[in-house]
Design a protein around this ligand. Sequence first.
Ligand code: AMP
Length: 367
Amino acid sequence: MSDLKQLTAPVPPGGTIGILGGGQLGRMLALAAARLGLRTHIYSDEEDSPAFQVSAQRTCASFRDASALERFAAACSVITCEFENVPAETGALLSPLKPVRPNPRALATTQERFEEKSFVSRLGLETAAFLPVNSPADARSAFQQLGASRAVLKTRRMGYDGKGQVLVGSATEAAQACERFEGIPLLLESFVDFEYEASVVAARGTNGDFAAYDPPENTHRHHILHRSTVPSRLRNGQIAEAKRMAREIAEALDYVGVLGVELFVCKDGQLLVNEIAPRVHNSGHWTIDACLVSQFEQHIRAVAGWPLGSTERHSNAVMENLIGEDACDWQALAGRGGALHLYGKSEIRPGRKMGHITWLKPEAGVR
Ligand code: AMP
């Protein structure tokens, strides 16, 4: 059923938003909800979830535990998620009980890279050329068909931050890399020699209203987002185009909530969609400090059926992730004049997102 059709009254202050997932995104959603007088109930399968520390209610159980999910649904007015890989059966079990926003179809489409890229192409939006790969022979012929000198072999599911992807430079390398994935469904896409990466973080409300933040320019280290900068190098026409793309995607998915659309900005100025994240996005963390209404509050407003807030940016901003050992430096970081956000994770691990820091109105030489 269309989410617009199962529209219910807005969740009033004092109501409870259920959030599937207990990571830093859930934590920042819970903090934003609290500002609006809303409670959150975090559902996570990890006891040590950072979002548990800041939410009124919690459930620690498997995403496949039907009775725990039923109790969770009974305790919430509306349910959302902070990670895209919510199992399909979880959404199927919850959606007859309470509104699930974004809807399970949007989650299913964006969980599977081949489905996602096919959906984006059907909308007439551009992506890197891609082909499905189910065997080393497929990989070999896909590499030849793409006709590029390099290509990226990606798992169709559970891929993020560069996990589950390999750069290959020949049909033989593509076939060998495919063998290492041992039968997992894959896709091969042309390597894009982009100028830089950008993203649009945008929201759609239960009434169909749409609002997008200024797209940041993003740099990665070891495939993990390192820095988001606003304003980006995008020209006004490209900014309008990027927002239009996000809007088309959100409308076609009948989406409610915040979504992130990752883009490659090509040397000729063309924008290609790399990935859709059906949730608040790391490249939108700067909005906490540089906008009147952050992406987290915006998501809570959207899923609670409230009017969307202003996406206006009152400051230029640079956000940097604190990955792994970066966070050991918290005392020095706290003294550097930026807005420091630490996620309350007890264990530092390489590649783990421990926090971020945002500088407003940065000028050359500030850092
Ligand atoms: P993903 O997990 O698909 O978001 O990819 C993570 C990062 O890998 C992207 O942000 C890019 O920096 C890089 N990447 C992914 N796909 C491609 C591609 N087809 N061409 C060039 N770089 C890519």
